[in-house]
Design a protein around this ligand. Structure first.
Ligand code: GLN
Length: 487
């Protein structure tokens, strides 16, 4: 077995007990990344020197008998919308040029303090807008199980890197599904935490009321390990919630008597056969384990969540992206005649088409004459969606639902109908609208060899228990393998 094949906890244990050095582990992971990158393009930046230096330092501290933390020597990849001091951070956009942030995102600070070693910054849809990883200014990432297909998005690079064995874990961000959907497409586990549990400081904002950072890994227990480090109150993020020190010790959940909800309104929607089969199979396993299947109703979610999500996300995006003006960050032009021309040229050259269309839509939706009818109305529906979930969780401990209606599409098979792409987020984005935690878990492979994931959604702050249910499911369904990565 090669070192890059180890999961997070085995890798950390091996470094701590000096079975191998952090540098050996890093070099094995790096060699794997270098071998697969021509096929996958999962990384925008590979931090070879900085990473080797961090690994060396971890080894030195261990040699001195210090305990540098639970993630000591474990390589990690961060989605490239997470700020890393002195390391280029692009958000997948040309507008940031080779901007090097003057500070670290809190999530990276926490991982680094726990001993993690940076291997690279992962590709993403531009400013995290999309679900294919195809809107990146750096070109598309490919699915490590079938390189003709998309890895999902927007955190496609982070998911692909874990799936192909570049690193045992990575971070992504999830505004409407961007951790859960690529986790499912790439055959790894991914958690979107409860809103407010993980700091957003230093996360390049897309939809601030929806964005949440979370981990990808090849075992559920590894998600526990990362969440144990990330779930901290951060005074630098006003939406970070105090006093929610949740327990992330991995304890498989006894499913006997647990009420698992299936959403009545989703029953009528079409799923591709491998996903429908997985739903039936997991339902059967849950029943065998003593869980009770109950029906819950989410009529407003089923009918209005997609349109309201996009109204809110685009409105927030247009506000958040105002700051890219050619003055404060990255790209600029020197020969503009006046400030208006400078803004126009920087923004029209720097942003890609998906981002531009969302800025325009967001501008229209929040115009004073229209905002009551659209943006404000969408936020009201959002409250109803949160209430609807709260009611569902009176009847069920967790909800089991798909992540997507279909398996990953071919790369570049761009749908002419953008709305169809947006609608495929129906199962993920309501979770963000209500601020809930969602776990994307691996169930097995389709007859064509593609991984099939499903989703478990819980009430706010049930993150630890959600992962514990995930452990039980992993024991029943088996863990994913490392993908071939096109080799
Ligand atoms: N696909 C959704 C969107 O484009 C979600 C993206 C995300 O979670 N960052 O908005």
């Amino acid at each position: 077995m090669e070192l890059y094949e180890l999961n997070l906890r085995s890798a950390a244990e091996g470094v701590r007990t000096k079975k191998f050095s952090a540098l050996e582990l890093f070099d094995s992971c790096l060699a794997r990344a270098v071998a697969c990158e021509p096929n996958l393009s999962a990384l925008i930046t590979t931090t070879v020197e900085a990473g080797r230096e961090m690994a060396r330092r971890a080894d030195e501290r261990l040699a001195k008998g210090e305990d540098p933390g639970p993630l000591t020597g474990v390589p990690v990849v961060l989605k490239d919308n997470l700020c890393t001091k002195g390391v280029r951070t692009t958000a997948g956009s040309a507008i940031l040029g080779d901007w090097k942030p003057p500070y670290d995102a809190t999530v990276w600070e926490l991982l680094r303090d726990a001993g993690a070693v940076l291997l690279g910054k992962a590709n993403l849809d531009e400013f995290a807008m999309g679900n294919t990883c195809g809107s990146s200014a750096f070109g598309p990432t490919r699915n490590p199980w079938d390189t003709t297909r998309v890895p999902g998005g927007s955190s496609g690079g982070s998911a692909a890197a874990v799936s192909a064995g570049y690193v045992p874990f990575s971070l992504g961000s999830d505004t409407g599904g961007s951790i859960r959907q690529p986790a499912s497409y790439c055959g790894v586990y991914g958690l979107k935490p409860t809103y407010g549990l993980v700091s957003r400081y230093g996360v390049i904002s897309y939809g601030s009321s929806l964005d949440q950072v979370g981990p990808f890994a090849r075992t559920v227990g590894d998600l526990h390990a990362v969440m144990g480090v990330l779930a901290r109150h951060d005074p630098r993020d006003s939406s970070s919630v105090r006093g929610k020190g949740l327990d992330f010790s991995p304890v498989p959940e006894d499913l006997k008597g647990k009420r698992v909800g299936l959403v009545r309104e989703f029953q009528g929607f079409t799923l591709e056969a491998p996903i429908a089969d997985a739903m039936a199979r997991v339902r059967g396993l849950l029943e065998d384990a003593g869980a009770e299947i109950v029906e819950v109703e989410l009529p407003i979610v089923a009918r209005y969540a997609v349109s309201c999500y996009y109204a809110i996300a685009m409105s927030e995006a247009h506000t958040n992206l105002e700051r890219y003006d050619g003055v404060r960050y990255g790209r600029t032009v020197d020969d503009a005649e006046g400030i208006k021309e400078m803004f126009e040229r920087v923004r029209s050259q720097g942003f890609g088409i998906e981002v531009k269309s969302r800025i325009i839509a967001g501008t229209c939706l929040t115009e004073p004459v229209r905002s009551e009818e659209y943006y404000v109305a969408a936020t009201k529906v959002r409250t109803l969606i949160a209430q609807e979930f709260a009611k569902a969780f009176d009847a069920a401990d967790f909800i089991l639902q798909p992540v997507t209606p279909a398996l990953p599409a071919p790369v570049g098979g761009v749908d002419e109908d953008a709305m169809k792409g947006y609608e495929s987020d129906l199962y993920t984005l309501p979770v963000n609208m209500a601020g809930l935690p969602g776990l994307s878990f691996f169930t097995g492979y389709s007859p064509s060899g593609l991984p099939v994931g499903l989703q478990l959604v819980g009430p706010r702050w049930s993150d630890g228990r959600l992962l514990n249910v995930g452990l039980t499911l992993e024991a029943m369904l088996g863990s994913p393998r490392i993908a071939k990565g096109g080799l």
